[in-house]
Design a protein. Structure first.
Length: 141
């Protein structure tokens, strides 16, 4: 079911130069290309992102929210293990290095995203006491 949903978003993203409708209309979206750390298979995952205000073209943040599920998404582990990925943003595709943001910096970035998109505040509430939603920094390689 989730694969069908992701496939529809990926298709819409590519047909509309990186824009999608529905619940993500107007939101900054990208496609994460990563390789399964166990399977070795290539995967593409659509996700929202937040550009860094100081380096909007070179540094972006993604949030391993999994819609507030009690576990981290597989793509999070794949990215952290590899330390690199490829992103499609708009009509551009480029490699990125991956690092996890922790502590006060993570909290600041996540709070900013939750302020822009209240769903992220809801995800954080769902995971309170279970897990801290990871924030990953993707830097243009």
């Amino acid at each position: 079911m989730a694969d069908d949903w992701n496939t529809q978003i990926i298709t819409e993203f590519r047909e509309n130069e990186g824009r999608v409708g529905g619940p993500f209309e107007g939101a900054p979206m990208l496609l994460l290309h990563h390789r399964g750390r166990k399977t070795g298979r290539e995967a593409v995952t659509p996700t929202m992102y937040m550009p860094d205000e100081q380096k909007p073209g070179d540094l972006i943040y993604v949030f391993a929210s999994k819609a507030g599920a009690p576990t981290n998404p597989d793509w999070y582990y794949n990215l952290v293990t590899a330390g690199a990925a490829t992103v499609e943003r708009g009509t551009e595709t480029y490699p990125v290095s991956v690092s996890e943001v922790t502590g006060a910096e993570r909290d600041r970035i996540y709070a900013e995203q939750a302020g822009r998109y209240p769903g992220f505040a809801e995800y954080e509430e769902k995971t309170r006491g279970i897990r801290t939603i990871p924030v990953l920094a993707l830097r243009r390689a």
